[in-house]
Design a protein around this ligand. Structure first.
Ligand code: ZN
Ligand code: ZN
Length: 296
């Protein structure tokens, strides 16, 4: 997966730590910097040299002191906190579904089942299912494999992208998976975070190629995850399915979002980046109109 000419390109490594690969640019000098070298400024992150220059030039304005929680969210702290939070929330929902009597109700009201998006079919409109499907799993192995993949992918992607962009990627990929289920698996009840996880995989493929990273290891783990996710042992007895439609939809949207991120890294392209993300969301939501034409 690694193109040798790009993996030797110093543009893809922190200029102060040439052994550290990074995706993030100093928004003043546009050199690549690792998480440790980033200081959050109103315009985005800047490198230590630019921070020193700026403080000299303007009588030492300190970097803006945000509230502690915001500092943790945006600082150069490279721990993948959003990844941990998603894993914790997903595991919590799984524990709840183990409670006799309650579990099946929770599963049934959070799973992705496309007819509930169309009141014409069921009389109810439950759009939250597009996203809550990411929280429910059919069994311990289903949960464990997805969370292992999420942990591996999130640990690589979240520090590169930043927390908010990582969360956007996860949610948009999940939405892509759900839209694909509505289009291609209309009457199938679906559970699992796999759509979003395949989106992370797609994004890492695109971004990894872009910065010349070696992502063969992660590709192998995801390949195994893909194979195992089709085995019947984890589809559970509850009738919920692990969905190839969600995998494909998530993968496509994740690769698309990864491409957007890779091509709009500079702060001057931030509005373009947000515009493209919003555009992607609008297109996905619009695609939900298609099943009405097919099945209605
Ligand atoms: Zn700089
Ligand atoms: Zn560095």
């Amino acid at each position: 997966m690694s193109a040798p000419e790009t993996s030797r390109n110093p543009d893809n490594f922190c200029y102060r730590h040439p052994d550290r690969q990074s995706f993030v640019l100093c928004q003043r000098c546009l050199r690549t910097i690792c998480p440790e070298c980033q200081t959050q400024m109103p315009v985005g992150v800047i490198c230590p040299e630019c921070l020193r220059d700026q403080q000299k030039a303007s009588g030492a304005p300190r970097p803006r002191r945000a509230p502690r929680i915001l500092r943790a969210v945006r600082s150069g702290d490279s721990r993948p906190l959003v990844t941990y939070a998603i894993i914790a929330l997903t595991a919590f929902v799984f524990v709840v579904t183990l409670i006799p009597g309650v579990g099946i109700v929770v599963q049934q009201s959070l799973a992705m089942y496309a007819p509930y998006l169309y009141p014409e079919f069921t009389g109810t409109f439950q759009p939250w299912r597009l996203f809550t499907v990411l929280l429910v799993h059919s069994g311990f192995w289903h949960l464990g494999l997805n969370m292992l993949a999420l942990w591996m992918l999130g640990s690589s992607l979240e520090p590169m992208l930043g927390r908010l962009r990582f969360l956007w990627l996860y949610l948009l990929s999940g939405l892509g998976g759900s839209v694909a289920v509505a289009l291609l698996g209309f009457g199938t009840p679906v559970v699992g975070a796999s759509g979003a996880i395949f989106g992370l995989f797609g994004a890492l493929l695109v971004i990894g190629r872009h910065i010349g990273a070696n992502i063969t290891g992660i590709a192998v783990v995801l390949g195994i995850n893909l194979v195992i996710s089709f085995l019947p042992l984890i589809t559970g007895a509850s009738g919920f399915q692990v969905s190839w439609q969600a995998h494909i939809g998530g993968l496509i949207v994740g690769a698309l979002v990864g491409t957007i991120y890779a091509r709009t890294r500079a702060i001057r392209k931030k509005r373009l980046q947000v515009g493209l993300l919003v555009g992607t969301t609008v297109v996905l939501v619009a695609l939900l109109g298609v099943p009405m034409a097919i099945y209605g």
